[in-house]
Design a protein around this ligand. Structure first.
Ligand code: PBG
Length: 330
């Protein structure tokens, strides 16, 4: 027999036993860094299932508080709240999003009243759930999303959300200058301690499809004049620079799994905590495959989240947050 050379180095040695693998693992998930996105819908008596997101529901104000309590008890670090108004309350200006008694602000108030500072209550700061045309901003006569007119609405919305009890507001509309305007509006209204989680790199992604059902959005057209082109990489660093200059306290990359390169770039540059959002379509892909027995759900959930963490996200938004926290024994 030929005497083949023996390897000098044996990386397999550190993979020998579960205990060894655990000892040398470089990436760990912890419940405290998970954030659960939740939907609260106006005008319903019972929680409503979302067809494209099996296992996720639109909550009533009561079930919202219960779900948040469950998440917090499991160790989840925060809740991100999205509002779903009644169809008849949507208008061109998204006024239901500004209304202190609108579904989102009422939901935030209920959460803050019940949970106090036990968790971090975050609010989506965007118009698409509240506009009848479904865009994230105001639309001008020529049918374009008007950046600067939208900023004024975001400013008002931020203050309404802070008053309702949000610890963190998350401007997600990708309007230029949104972080600065939101920060100044919060400060001027005395909410200096309310933090801004900037959706820094947000791509115009097919992965938001199920979310549109979740918030009953009737988008006309698409978002490619304000969300980023999936083909582009360096502009995320530009968006990061602008968000940091404007006072972002945390920055986010979204979607997560198809954008790990972006996440890694952003994490290398940012001196604030970096979050990533495993969005509705990423959830739906895992659910679709798992329900057909093609993939093991929990394995895929843990592997995708570990990868997102490894790429540089410190905070993970995922519809699996409560499930994962329990799996982790939190
Ligand atoms: C905008 C917003 C969206 C999501 C979060 N915030 C939708 C969009 O930009 O079209 C998507 C989240 C998900 O898909 O889970 N308000």
């Amino acid at each position: 027999m030929t005497a083949y050379p023996r390897p000098h180095e044996r990386p397999r040695r550190l993979r020998t036993t579960p205990a060894l693998r655990r000892l040398v693992a470089q990436t760990r998930l912890h419940p405290a860094e998970l954030v659960l996105p939740v939907f609260v819908r106006d005008g319903i008596e019972e929680p409503q299932p979302i067809g494209s997101m099996p296992g996720v529901v639109q909550h009533t104000p009561t079930s919202l508080v219960a779900a948040a309590r469950e998440a917090v008890d499991a160790g989840v670090g925060g809740i991100m709240v999205f509002g779903v108004p009644r169809p008849q309350d949507k208008d061109a200006g998204g006024s239901a999003g500004l209304d202190p008694d609108g579904v989102l602000n009422a939901g935030l108030r209920a959460l803050r009243t019940e949970l106090g500072d036990d968790t971090v209550i975050m609010s989506d700061l965007c118009l698409d759930e509240f506009t009848d045309h479904g865009h994230c901003g105001l639309v001008d006569d020529a049918g374009r999303v008007d950046n600067d007119a939208t900023l004024e609405v975001y400013a008002e919305m931020a203050v309404a959300q802070a008053r309702a009890g949000a610890h963190v507001v998350g401007p997600s509309g990708m309007m230029d200058g949104q972080v600065q305007v939101v920060r100044e509006a919060l400060d001027a209204a005395g909410h200096r301690d309310v933090a801004v989680l900037a959706y820094t790199a947000k791509y115009a992604s097919g992965c938001y499809g199920p979310f549109r059902e979740a918030v009953a959005s009737t988008l006309e057209g698409d978002r490619s004049t304000y969300q980023q082109d999936p083909a582009n990489r360096t502009e995320s660093l530009r968006e990061l620079r602008l968000d940091l200059e404007q006072g972002a306290d945390m920055v986010m990359v979204k979607p997560a799994l198809p954008y790990l390169d972006i996440l890694s770039d952003v994490a290398a540059e940012a001196d604030v905590p970096v979050a990533a959002y495993q969005v509705s379509g990423e959830y739906a892909m895992i659910e679709a495959a798992a329900s057909q027995g093609l993939l093991d759900r929990d394995r895929m959930v843990m592997e995708t989240l570990t990868s997102i963490r490894r790429a540089g996200a410190q905070i993970l938004l995922t519809y699996y947050a409560t499930r994962v926290a329990r799996l982790l024994g939190g």
